[in-house]
Ligand binder design. Structure first.
Ligand code: AFD
Ligand code: MN
Ligand code: MN
Length: 424
């Protein structure tokens, strides 16, 4: 199903009066509004193909209805999000869940929906039907060379699918590790993994990057072979200039200072990708900004500071993506909320008075530094984001549009009540 532009215009005219009042106020309070609007309009966050259905937990999965049943329908879902907010113009595919049966048709659909293909994701954390060898004891780290080879070949196959579609990056997330002390020789596990990644790296086209994603724990609970940013950075540095670290907000031990990690990875020119989500305890994959919005702002503050220091383009020089899972919300509504939270934090980070913050830092004026960050964080930028969306052709209030125009109901009508999206 497609969003009707005329209906968006109708929605916008219904909301225009209230919006205008809010926007006029924001404009009077906030300097450089036009510049911020332009940056917001350029900024896009990719949607993972596995976040369009109900993820569930290890205890239960409460399926929604009208879930996308194939790659085309997943793309259509992202197309709906993008038509509503004009900030979700890319999809990230996971192989083998999303193997295209016809590259040309999939590329046509993408251009029809105004979507790009973000990083490709490999999957060596599950065994697939008919797969010769099991990843029960890891993939690239495995003590068995044939299993390592199988995992390497899978990653190379993922690159090939990505090349056909015009993607430019491979994200490798390994569930490798151990559950009990003594199970694994850490050094050998690292070296096997590095050798595997080197073979995958050698298969990357010249204009491709590989993102090495780390995760502190789960599914392995004693050690993870790519467990933190230090380990990821070690691999990335050893691999070469096309290898980078990917930060997923849910993949740290509790209370980790993610904003500091981001600042240092940027300084080292080794930060390339981002998976947004929120969490209270672990890899909870909750809606972005739903638990720790101040942390999200602080992360964006470091991202913008670090990117500006290196003259990077905010919109294109890092891979922005959501990595979330939904069990109690409609996935599309959840994703709209996540994108909104990201745009709010991005806009606020653009508002930080860097000159004053630098002065406060140089003078050890701790109070002034805190005032600058917190007063920016407490600035309501939602009308500016809505204005950017309006100018781009989107809806002033995407969630209201989604509900009032009964989008999920239409999807259920089209797809039925029992479709299940492939993914986790
Ligand atoms: C995992 C990781 C990684 C992976 C995804 C699996 O965050 O991004 O690709 O979830 O679907 O927790
Ligand atoms: Mn992730
Ligand atoms: Mn995760």
């Amino acid at each position: 199903m497609r969003i009707d532009k005329k209906q968006i215009d109708q929605h916008n005219s219904d909301f225009q009066k209230v919006h205008q009042k809010r926007f006029d106020f924001a404009k009077s309070e906030i300097p450089n509004v036009e510049l911020i609007i332009q940056k917001l309009m350029d900024f896009n966050v990719a949607i993972p193909s596995w976040a369009l259905g109900t993820g569930g937990t290890r205890f239960a999965r409460f399926s929604g209805a009208g879930e996308p049943g194939n790659l085309e329908q997943k793309m259509e879902d992202v197309g709906i999000l993008h038509a509503l907010n004009h900030s979700s113009g890319a999809i990230s595919l996971h192989i083998p869940w999303d193997i295209p049966s016809n590259y040309g048709a999939i590329k046509n659909l993408a251009s029809d929906l105004n979507l790009k293909f973000d990083a490709m994701n490999s999957n060596t954390f599950q065994d697939q039907k008919g797969q010769a060898l099991s990843y029960k004891f890891g993939s690239l780290q495995n003590t068995n060379k044939a299993i390592r080879k199988q995992a390497i070949e899978h990653n190379i196959e993922v690159i090939k699918h990505g090349v056909e579609l015009g993607s430019k990056a491979l994200t490798v997330w390994l569930s490798d590790g151990s559950c009990f002390p003594g199970q694994l020789n850490f050094r050998k596990a690292f070296q096997n993994t590095l050798e595997g990644l080197q073979e995958i790296y050698a298969a990357l086209p010249a204009d491709w990057k590989v993102f090495v994603e780390y995760k502190a724990f789960e599914p392995n609970f004693y050690s993870m072979t790519v467990g933190d940013w230090g380990q990821s950075l070690l691999y990335a540095n050893k691999l070469g200039p096309k290898a980078f670290t990917l930060v997923d907000l849910g993949h740290h031990l509790p209370n980790a200072n993610i904003e500091q990690i981001v600042a240092l990875l940027l300084m080292e020119k080794k930060l390339a990708g981002f998976h947004f989500n929120d969490s209270k305890y672990g890899d909870d994959d909750l809606t972005v900004g739903s638990i720790k919005p101040y942390q999200l702002f602080l992360i964006f503050n470091e991202l913008i500071e670090g990117m500006d220091a290196r003259g990077m383009n905010h919109a294109t020089d890092l891979g922005w993506m959501i990595d979330a899972s939904h069990n109690v919300k409609d996935p599309l509504e959840d994703l709209l909320q996540s994108i909104e939270a990201i745009m709010i934090s991005y806009a606020q980070a653009l508002l930080v008075n860097r000159t004053q913050l630098n002065i406060a830092q140089e003078n050890n004026d701790v109070v002034a530094a805190q005032e600058i960050l917190q007063s920016t964080f407490r600035t309501d930028v939602r009308a500016i984001i809505a204005e950017a969306r309006l100018r781009a052709g989107g809806a002033l209030d995407p969630i209201a549009y989604f509900r009032q125009n009964k989008i999920r109901e239409a999807l259920i009508k089209e797809r039925g009540t029992s479709t299940i999206a492939t993914g986790l």
